[in-house]
Design a protein around this ligand. Structure first.
Ligand code: ACM
Ligand code: ZN
Length: 728
């Protein structure tokens, strides 16, 4: 078993814990933590939480003296001290601090089973913005669920809820001045089934919903009681198709639109004409009335310039305001909104695209396309919230995609989130002070139920809470995981769904002397891994893993984690190919882009052919001028009959087949000769017969440099993804 720090299992880890001798023992804790009690979904965890808090206070006050002392400690409204003595508990802090002391106490009580070690905890957060986002446009969630989500944030001492209220697929906030936003824009005809983009398959089920202004006030007040600030997001100029379906007069071509039923980026955006600003200012007036937050999020991401290029009014604006191009027009758009918010005493925050064409004077940047945007903004002395896809996108897969529910793509396991450092090394101390914190994003394209949202958010949210609260030097993944196991029990007791990917077995190939061997491991080294290679599911009787498994023929390797004979997580099942190039040497002239580089060049010869739905770890990705230029060295001259190259097509992620592929083989005569692969299989494998003898195979595959009109990501550079070069 990992070390479970009983009585000290708080997530996020407190800054300082000083143990004293003795214990405080409470009776009747079973009233509080009563396992097996069925809680109907509609009752919500919220009321459960509240009842439990109520009874916690009752149990405490009947048995020990609880001193709640309201005063600022450490000059920080969120700091607290929690002192546990045999007959009394003292909490000291400002209002928020006292609330956090209570969260810590609740976790201690649960994990200690009612017995508390005497101790003093002194604690304060590292970052001011400890955020979670939720997209309620792609799927709508009830007020009850939103409250539950806020409870989970508060339990983890997170203090910012970024509410993504509008997007192409639905407008979710009542605006009294524009009733069609709720009558029309809040509804879509249906939703795409799975990833059936092309050919499109819809579910035929209308989807809609919105929050009334009364409900929004209720949520904001509920959050405030839990020291959570709600930051609303109203998307512009892109991701606005739903709004334009109700008010097409604010688009460039005024053509009728419907809320979208698929995902991705639409070319239909707001027009930059004056009337649009009147519309948006009026909306923002009502938004500011409802949300007292300092920051108002105005989106700004993924706004194609196609419509603006052919719009007389937008082109007129470019001329009139001396702008260079449509990127500066986007900047003009955001600056106008920023000036308006500033005039009302608020601050703009937007996705990192708002840097393009010049950042508005007061705007804060939310860095999502990696950290570059955040770094650039901090260097310009603008406030930054970090939310890079690599660590903070909780819509990505968190485990093996074959056993995980369908997700948008990517691969962001718990450990990766936990490893996140919000202050980029590239920043000076001064520039680093502009990093407010970080945030986890939950985009709900592939999450249609509250249970699925929780599953994707947890336990990555728990990991991020520690990144944002605890000291940088205190963080230790194994220690975290030890505390997480009882923490998951606390979630379970409250009927909060979470992923168990933590209990999965993972694999890592090694390539010694041209031999492929697979190491198996998990995040929980104290548990036992058992595996099979005969196609059967592993059981408690299967072979115990002790050293890397050599692959010498096509093999189905299956493995799972066991604790006391009980299978813990999902079964890992990998099919390894074994071909002439497996585990041989491969060199890349240009490295793949960092976010799609897991496993490095060897990924191309690791015996695994990527499959759909794709997740980031099976593929290498290139984009732009640096193409895939791979040279395989088979070690000696070999008789070759066939080459197959496994590419990927996933247009919704701007991943397209290469625009050109060339293959050269250095024959036994020492000269390179060109070969043509010309057969595309259904699974995007390009293959061809070659019939020659050779040792070196040079493959150049070029990404499409500009995605054509009418295709997802039109005008952008396409991604090229490759998973395996198969040589027979
Ligand atoms: C984003 O993920 N489009 C901000
Ligand atoms: Zn226009």
């Amino acid at each position: 078993m990992p070390t479970v720090l009983l009585g000290q299992s708080i997530i996020p880890l407190p800054n300082s814990v000083t143990k004293a001798s003795g214990k405080l023992v409470l009776q009747n804790l079973d009233v509080l933590f009563e396992p097996g009690q069925e809680i109907k979904h509609d009752d919500g965890v919220t009321s459960h939480f509240e009842n439990k808090f109520g009874s916690l206070n009752t149990v405490l006050s009947s048995q020990v003296k609880v001193n709640r002392i309201e005063e600022q400690v450490q000059n920080n409204a969120e700091a607290y001290e929690l002192k546990i003595e045999p007959k009394q508990i003292t909490m000291r802090g400002d209002k928020a601090g006292l609330f956090y002391a209570q969260q810590s106490l609740q976790q201690l009580l649960f994990n200690g089973g009612g017995k508390l070690d005497c101790q003093t905890i002194i604690d304060a957060p590292r970052f001011a913005w400890r955020g979670m986002h939720l997209d309620v446009s792609r799927h709508f969630f009830s007020v009850d669920f939103i409250k539950k989500y806020i409870d989970i944030l508060a339990m983890h001492k997170m203090n910012t809820f970024h509410w993504h209220l509008t997007d192409d697929q639905g407008w979710r906030i009542e605006i009294k001045k524009y009733p069609k936003l709720t009558q029309i824009a809040s509804q879509r005809k249906e939703t795409m089934v799975g990833k059936n983009f092309n050919p499109y398959v819809g579910d035929g089920v209308p989807h809609g919903g919105f929050y009334t202004q009364e409900q929004i006030k209720e949520v904001v007040a509920y959050a405030k009681e839990r020291f959570v600030t709600v930051v609303p997001e109203i998307e512009m100029p892109g991701h606005s198709v739903a709004a334009l379906s109700a008010y097409p007069q604010y688009s460039c071509n005024q053509k009728p639109l419907q809320a979208r039923t698929t995902w991705g980026v639409s070319e239909d955006v707001y027009c930059s004409k004056d009337e649009t600003f009147t519309f948006l200012f009026n909306i923002l007036d009502e938004v500011m009335e409802l949300f007292p937050s300092k920051y108002i999020h105005i989106g700004g991401d993924e706004a194609p310039k196609t419509r603006w290029k052919s719009c007389q009014q937008c082109q007129g604006n470019i001329k009139k305001h001396g702008l260079k191009d449509e990127h500066e027009l986007q900047s003009y758009f955001i600056k106008k909104i920023d000036a308006y918010l500033t005039s009302k005493g608020r601050y703009t925050i937007g996705w990192d695209e708002i840097l393009e064409g010049g950042l508005a004077p007061n705007a804060a940047v939310m860095s999502w396309r990696g950290e570059a945007g955040g770094i650039a903004a901090a260097k310009l002395n603008h406030k930054v919230v970090m939310s890079p896809g690599s660590h903070c996108y909780f819509d990505h897969y968190q485990g093996n995609k074959k056993t995980e529910p369908l997700a948008i793509g990517g691969y962001t396991p718990l450990k990766k989130t936990y490893s996140y450092e919000p202050i980029p090394a590239a920043l000076s101390k001064d520039a680093a002070s502009y990093i407010l914190g970080a945030q986890g994003n939950v985009w709900t394209e592939y999450m249609s139920t509250p249970e699925q949202v929780m599953y994707m958010a947890l336990p990555r949210l728990s990991a991020l809470s520690e990144v944002l609260w605890s000291g940088k030097d205190q963080r230790n993944y194994q220690n975290f995981v030890g505390r997480l196991i009882p923490h998951l029990q606390l979630l379970k007791l409250q009927r909060i769904n979470y992923s168990t990917a933590l209990f999965d077995v993972m694999s890592k190939p090694s390539f010694k002397n041209g031999q492929l061997a697979i190491s198996l491991f998990s995040d929980l080294p104290a548990y036992t891994i058992r595996y099979t290679t005969d196609g059967t599911k592993p059981t408690a009787m299967s072979k115990r893993y002790s050293q890397a498994v050599k692959i010498t023929a096509p093999t189905n390797l299956q493995a799972a984690l066991f604790s006391n004979g009980r299978k813990m997580g999902n079964v890992l099942s990998e099919k390894y190919l074994s071909h002439l190039a497996t585990a041989k040497k491969v060199e890349l002239q240009f490295p793949p882009k960092k976010q799609y580089s897991t496993g490095g060049a060897n990924t191309l010869l690791d015996g695994i052919q990527g499959t759909l739905p794709w997740s980031g770890n099976e593929w290498l990705g290139w984009r732009g001028k640096e193409h895939m230029a791979a040279t395989v060295d088979l070690g000696s001259n070999q008789k070759l009959s066939k080459i197959k190259i496994s590419f990927l097509q996933a247009p919704e992620s701007w991943i397209y087949l290469p625009q050109d592929v060339s293959v050269m083989i250095k024959g036994s005569n020492g000269k390179y000769k060109s070969y043509t692969l010309n057969k595309w299989d259904n699974d995007f494998t390009l293959e061809g017969n070659i019939n020659t003898t050779g040792r070196y195979i040079k493959i150049d595959a070029y990404p499409m440099n500009k995605i054509p009109e009418g295709m997802a990501g039109a005008g952008q550079a396409a991604w090229l993804f490759c998973s395996e070069i198969i040589v027979e």
